[in-house]
Ligand binder design. Structure first.
Ligand code: PRP
Length: 179
């Protein structure tokens, strides 16, 4: 796996430190509240586990799966719910946790769908953001790192389901995804 990596973009220690900062900010913003944190499978799983353990508040876990990419590297713009949550969201403070905002299609679709369920509030937390790739106007409320348009894997992010377990956010060698 390591032979497929061009370089480390964000090392594990930097990710850990940033997650702690984000968690503190979330704690301050949601003081005294219960947060329903929705992890968007599968990419967000690693970030989600690290983030929730740093948040010293009453946090409830939910998991959803939406698909936008298939096995390729570019978004089709098509989004569908593969796995929904069973819990009603009315009156709840909802925090959607994602690994990356790319075109913005996934989160813009998801946020609209979840807003219709009557939450008290709904915000988005993402580890990575690639603003230069936006096709749909969308802004995350908590953003770990803004990155340039490089193909990144690790810390939950995959290429064809591989590399999710790498500890750092890494740049994949172009020959890996162009062959
Ligand atoms: C990735 C990522 C986001 C979405 C972002 O998911 O986790 O959900 O793409 O792209 P967008 O802003 O262009 O919509 P993917 O569909 O690859 O599934 P995964 O989380 O299982 O890797």
């Amino acid at each position: 796996m390591i032979n497929d990596i061009e370089s480390v973009l964000i090392p594990e220690e930097k990710i850990r430190a940033r997650i702690k900062e984000m968690a503190k900010q979330i704690e301050n913003d949601y003081k005294g509240k219960t947060i329903t944190v929705i992890c968007i499978l599968r990419g967000a799983s690693v970030f989600f586990c690290d983030l929730v353990r740093e948040i010293n508040l009453d946090v409830r876990f939910e998991f959803m799966s939406v698909s936008s990419y298939g096995a390729g590297t570019t978004s089709s713009g098509e989004v569908r719910i593969v796995k929904d949550i069973n819990t009603p969201l009315n009156g709840k403070d909802v925090l959607i946790v994602e690994d990356i905002i790319d075109s913005g299609s996934t989160l813009s679709f998801l946020k609209k769908i979840l807003e219709q369920r009557g939450p008290a509030s709904i915000k988005v937390c993402t580890l990575l953001d690639k603003p230069s790739r936006r096709k749909v106007d969308f802004k995350g409320d908590y953003v770990g790192f803004e990155i340039e348009d490089k193909f990144v894997v690790g810390c939950g992010l995959d290429y064809a389901e591989k590399y999710r377990n790498l500890r750092d956010v890494c740049i994949l060698k172009p020959e890996v995804y162009t062959k």
